[in-house]
Design a protein around this ligand. Structure first.
Ligand SMILES: Nc1ncnc2c1ncn2[C@@H]1O[C@H](COP(=O)(O)OP(=O)(O)OP(=O)(O)O)[C@@H](O)[C@H]1O
Length: 236
């Protein structure tokens, strides 16, 4: 199943007649990590939700290379604050596989394998809500990746985590990227953006202000606003 290229044309999100995001035109191919950056309120979360299909388009259209329902089936989303089932780590990992009809024994094996990959092998029987923030986020990532999505959206996945947990999450993401999962991720952490990004979308006021290869954006930003943002100045 081929999801990419994905093309967004004139997409907008409006509330009470006010444009929050857009109009945005965007084409994404199928490899690497696209990192969405920009100041608070620039529209990062809203853009991710529009692309993922969990926020309603007020205008425009999004076309995947396959029927939209099929594309949705191959997508995952990881939130800033993980949403856990109030069950064990193992049950949290088994759940998405069972929803997809994977037989229980096979689902258990894959769940154990993924728990080990993210360093939660010793916590399989622990209740997910009592895990630390970093452990919960690793579980959320494993739960998203266990279904082998072709594209994974992540909204500030490390915002509440310390350096070590962030590094562990980034290692998992780098590995997912290398095995062909397309990442579309928002972050406030410019260090993280530099470490992970292949492409950058710089949002300002709900629009794409600058976009392109990460190397170009970080080393030769084109606009004064992007230069100011990278310096850490306040940009509105
Ligand atoms: N449900 C909503 N109702 C009204 N306005 C909203 C709603 N959701 C978002 N907005 C507004 O849309 C704009 C974009 O918000 P969004 O959360 O997408 O930005 P962001 O770049 O993710 O911000 P942050 O970095 O602070 O998380 C903001 O001005 C926000 O106040």
């Amino acid at each position: 199943m081929q999801l990419f290229p994905m093309t967004a044309k004139g997409i907008e999100s409006r509330r009470r007649g006010q444009v929050l995001v857009g109009p945005i035109d965007l084409t994404l191919d199928g490899t690497g990590a696209c990192v969405v950056v920009g100041p608070n309120g620039a529209g990062k979360t809203t853009l991710l939700r529009l692309l993922h299909g969990t926020a309603r388009l007020s205008a425009g259209q999004i076309n995947w290379a396959c029927p939209t329902d099929e594309a949705r089936h191959h997508q995952g989303f990881v939130f800033q604050r993980p949403v856990m089932l109030r069950r064990t780590v193992l049950q949290n990992l088994i759940y998405p596989l069972r929803l997809r009809g994977v037989p229980l024994a096979q689902a258990r094996d894959r769940a154990r394998d993924w728990a080990a990959r993210v360093g939660l092998a010793d916590m399989l029987d622990r209740a997910a809500p009592v895990l630390s923030g970093g452990e919960q986020q690793k579980l959320a990532l494993a739960r998203a990746l266990i279904s082998e999505p072709k594209v994974l959206f992540l909204d500030e996945p490390c915002a509440a985590l310390d350096g070590r947990a962030t590094r562990e999450i980034e290692e998992i993401l780098t590995h997912a990227k290398s095995t062909g999962t397309r990442l579309i991720l928002s972050t406030h952490d410019m260090g993280q953006a530099r470490r992970l990004a292949d492409q950058v979308l710089f949002l300002l006021g709900g629009r794409i202000h600058e976009s392109g290869p990460a190397e170009t954006f970080f080393n030769r930003p084109e606009t004064p606003q992007a230069r100011a943002f990278l310096r850490g100045d306040i940009v509105e």
